[in-house]
Design a protein around this ligand. Structure first.
Ligand SMILES: NC(=O)c1ccc[n+]([C@@H]2O[C@H](COP(=O)([O-])OP(=O)(O)OC[C@H]3O[C@@H](n4cnc5c(N)ncnc54)[C@H](O)[C@@H]3O)[C@@H](O)[C@H]2O)c1
Length: 387
């Protein structure tokens, strides 16, 4: 049975997200006073030398070379899934059946059907579940949510979101798992667009119909593997076909009547992590950019005439969600803190026997939008989300 004060974590995968999650578990109690404290019990990876090294470097007490053994262990309360997308469903369903709480990386699954089965499994098992859409936990974005809920922006008319990167533009960048459909499900779409869809659902509400387009600019690449972060190495001369999108764009209608314009690309030169959006309402607008994540641009219609304009707010005051847990105002936080904030909610959820948002239901709904955009792109038409 879970000791409410200590949640013993078993983490699968130890590279990019493994590092981000490990750091967050390690530092959570440093900043917050969580109702449940994470214990970095064990990690799992397939290569023994590498997983042993990762356990030592990232601060885990033990390791396994088979993720199934991790799930079987009695001294693990929560399974954290940071493996490639094709593994999420099998791992999450096995973890739920073993009665473990689950944190799963995004996108939740390869398809909406698979995501639906994962949601069913966690509901049946009665375990706590979350999906790692970490951008929801940026103080500025949390603050936008508050402004919208309080009606400060009025009726929402538009959201336009872009998520732009450029790390695979070199045609010699290898065919890693993130570019192979059988391992990732979709390319830029499930990787970057999934985050924009999550922010759209969080801030503006459900999308009801969509029409999209997708493109693959580089069709063959040398075979290779990720080596950490967004770096990779090629194996040699052999090449393989790229069968996922490099770029995707779609138009969408929200249930509230607002219009959405979305674009995600890994071919947007100079954009390293250009996760941005603008929301326009009858009473005001906001603009946010991840590469300047502590800043929020806010326009309010009720400012005095002559003084109207976008102001820049630095969201590091105690009034801004999570900011008070860190440093005095103006002493900024960064990418890694989004994960700490998320883990804080996860630990509170476990202590309170509830699954904080975003959870598997959000992951499933997100996947319905992803699927609808893909179908509309191949059929060149509009698709009702969930149809
Ligand atoms: N929240 C975010 O912003 C964010 C950012 C990057 C990646 N992700 C997601 O996190 C997940 C992992 O991505 P990453 O960038 O950390 O990848 P990565 O390539 O850096 O690491 C993947 C890890 O999974 C392990 N692994 C691979 N196949 C496995 C298998 N079959 N069984 C067990 N372990 C296996 C690898 O050894 C490695 O440790 C993906 O679902 C990805 O979409 C989320």
């Amino acid at each position: 049975m879970t000791d409410k004060r200590h949640v013993r974590i078993g983490m699968i995968g130890y590279r990019f997200m493994g590092k981000a999650h490990s750091h967050a578990y390690r530092d959570l109690s440093f900043y917050f006073d969580p109702a449940a404290v994470p214990v970095m019990q064990a990690i799992s990876g397939r290569d023994e030398a590498q997983v042993r090294g990762a356990a030592a470097k990232l601060g885990w007490r033990s390791y396994e070379t088979d993720w199934r053994k991790l799930i079987e262990r009695d001294d693990i309360d929560l399974i954290d899934i940071g493996a490639p997308n094709n593994a999420h469903a099998e791992m999450a369903i096995a973890a739920a059946e073993a009665g473990k709480h689950i944190l799963c990386e995004k996108p939740l699954a390869m398809t909406a059907d698979e995501a639906g089965r994962m949601l069913e499994a966690v509901r049946k098992a009665g375990v706590v579940h979350m999906i790692c859409h970490n951008y929801r936990f940026v103080p500025a974005i949390r603050y936008v949510k508050r402004l919208i809920d309080e009606g400060r922006l009025g009726r929402i008319y538009h959201m336009r979101a872009t998520y732009l990167q450029d790390w695979i533009m070199d045609p010699q960048f290898p065919l890693v798992w993130r570019l192979r459909k059988e391992l990732c499900g979709s390319g830029t779409h499930g990787d970057l667009m999934a985050h924009s869809i999550d922010l759209a659902r969080y801030l503006v509400g459900e999308l009801t119909e969509v029409t999209g387009m997708m493109e693959t600019f580089v069709k063959r690449r040398p075979l290779g593997e990720m080596t950490g972060g967004l770096n990779a190495e090629a194996f040699g001369e052999r090449t393989g076909a790229v069968d996922v999108d490099d770029a995707v764009a779609f138009l969408g209608r929200f249930a509230c009547g607002a219009l959405g314009v979305f674009e995600a690309s890994r071919f947007a030169k100079g954009n390293r992590n250009g996760n941005r959006f603008e929301i326009n309402g009858s009473q005001g607008s906001v603009r946010w950019d991840m590469e300047n994540m502590n800043h929020l641009q806010l326009y309010l219609e009720d400012d005095p005439q002559g003084m109207q304009g976008f102001r820049t707010i630095q969201c590091t005051e105690a009034v801004h969600p999570y900011a008070g847990a860190y440093w005095p105002a103006g002493h900024i936080i960064g990418y890694e803190h989004t994960f700490i904030n998320l883990m804080h909610e996860l630990m509170e959820g476990i202590a309170g026997d509830r699954s904080p948002a975003p959870n598997f239901e959000d992951g499933y709904r997100n996947q319905l939008v992803l699927d609808a955009v893909e179908r509309s792109a191949s059929g060149r038409n509009w698709i009702t989300v969930g149809s």
